[in-house]
Design a protein around this ligand. Sequence first.
Ligand code: E4P
Length: 214
Amino acid sequence: MKFFLDTANVNEIKEANSWGILDGVTTNPTHISKEGRKFLDLVEEICSIVNGPVSVEVVSTESHGMVKEAEELSKISDNIVIKIPFTIEGIKAAKILHEKGIKTNITLVFSPSQGLIAGKIGANYVSPFVGRLDNISEEGIELVRKIKSIYLNYNFKTEIIVAAIRNPLHVVNAALIGADIATMRFEILKMLFEHPLTDIGLQQFLEDWKKVPK
Ligand code: E4P
């Protein structure tokens, strides 16, 4: 499973990258707005740090505008993946971009039928938002399971990015289903490393080591 950071914060991206387990980054307009920096400068810097896909979202709502934005953004770096909201206009744009060889990530996906369409048009990535479904009392992870089955049935190559992850269990369940990627906030990535028994065990080993004659 690939791990992506869901952020536009360069310090978090640098830190996770230094751990050797960062495979990519997903941004969105909300993440970008929190950084208070010029959009293109920020995207350029993120691409210079990460050795992997960097999703950047378009903000036009009709397909021609989306394609134009995508063409401009894709000039920044080979890492760029264009994030497109799941709408009819978005799907039209993604189809055009696919034909132009520009990579796409279909975002704001909340149903298996949306996942099916993203796979059918040859999007590179699809992003089901599990945590936001949990928030409305629906099992978000079940959506990932259904999209995975559909893609296996039809041999679709679209990679599933499990998004809106709220805890390590979301990541583990996504891995058990065989989702390709989990994108998560920095704090959740850090939580994946943590276990109190590891800390207690290490402390004990270090204490005992002090008793060894040297
Ligand atoms: C995914 O690519 C999105 O950026 C992200 O996961 C949004 O989720 P959230 O705002 O509900 O955390």
